[in-house]
Design a protein around this ligand. Sequence first.
Ligand code: GTP
Ligand code: MG
Length: 149
Amino acid sequence: MEQTFIMIKPDGVQRGLIGDIICRFEKKGFYLKAMKFMNVEKSFAQKHYADLSALPFFPKLVDYIISGPVVAMVWEGKDVVLTGRRIIGATRPWEAAPGTIRGDYAVEVSRNVIHGSDSVENGQKEIALWFPGGLAEWKSNLHPWIYEN
Ligand code: GTP
Ligand code: MG
């Protein structure tokens, strides 16, 4: 099944949103395949956001990501990349619908609580970067109650 990389950013951690965020992905019917709580090195944050390195806010973005611990996770499920982005909401919190994580909890684009991979391909790249040791193999007994196949 499809996988995505999700990261609760330092503001999400500091504000006590870890449980709520995990709950939303878990209750939806996605599988947690890997998770770690960690501080990120500057060079690692630069690598994660390398595609944005030419943008003017890049140095501020990197400083934000290394400003405190983050929760790095891999979630698996049907259409989890796109659906995960919908659960997260629009990049700019004022454009994020109520009911989404950013719509409910964020105000500033530079403090938008959570990251989610934007494509299956980028998801696989991010998973390889953050979890080079691989993922947990498991399937819930509830699987047939959530998925047809
Ligand atoms: P991620 O899931 O974090 O990758 O966000 P995204 O995919 O919704 O947006 P994008 O990849 O374009 O930007 C990455 C991150 O850069 C955003 O989540 C913001 O935290 C930050 N960012 C984007 N635009 C701006 C901006 O105009 N100013 C500042 N300060 N930060 C921005
Ligand atoms: Mg992005």
